[in-house]
Design a protein around this ligand. Sequence first.
Ligand SMILES: O=C(O)c1cc(=O)[nH]c(=O)n1[C@@H]1O[C@H](COP(=O)(O)O)[C@@H](O)[C@H]1O
Length: 234
Amino acid sequence: MAATHSPLIIALDYASLDAALCMADQLDPRRCRLKVGKELFTRSGPAVVEALHGRGFEVFLDLKFHDIPNTVAGAVQAAAEQGVWMVNLHASGGRRMMTAARERLDAHGLSTHLIAVTVLTSMERQDLAEVGVDSEPAEQVERLARLSRDSGMDGVVCSAREAAAISASCGAEFLKVTPGIRPASSAADDQRRVLTPARAMASGSTHLVVGRPVTQAHEPMEALAAIEDELAGS
Ligand SMILES: O=C(O)c1cc(=O)[nH]c(=O)n1[C@@H]1O[C@H](COP(=O)(O)O)[C@@H](O)[C@H]1O
């Protein structure tokens, strides 16, 4: 498998294995990693992970586990045993859930990166209020990032807008995987807390998750190259 130094993770949000592989075949494992999420994995199962590994890509399996500790530990183990580079769970599942997942990976010598989703990048203050969280998103992200670090996570998923504060509190090495990346010319779609690629990296993101700005582009490789150019020039 080609290990890449690129911070780019392209989200393969497709409804079929064929569509996902058609996009993967236009991309280069030396220039990005790929993310497999809920829709694609629910339709195609582990076959998609195998197929992407076979093409040389490192895979972020984004299933955002959130359940009782024993169930999440088992799910994380199952993901890691497929050889994925990264897997995630929801930090709001709490300390015992995250610790159980960490301990399960360690007990089996599995080195998959384990990260926790803080506050989804589609959410604003009003969305948090409706689920009973009376905080600004940045404040809740910070709270969950510290809990994630203390529970043995390798990093968090957050908006790039919160990455600098997390670097300050949890350290530069703590992974900040940031979706909601939008080049200046792209639509925000359903995302709310967005930033451009260059500003996201300058803010301390360690990895950028990019979906539609690349996958919906007429020329996906050109869109990817434009992001690389923006990062190189920043
Ligand atoms: O865990 C994620 O990857 C994730 C967390 C989050 O807070 N927000 C978020 O958008 N994502 C994922 O990142 C990707 C963003 O895709 P685009 O909005 O098309 O760039 C999607 O696959 C989302 O599932």
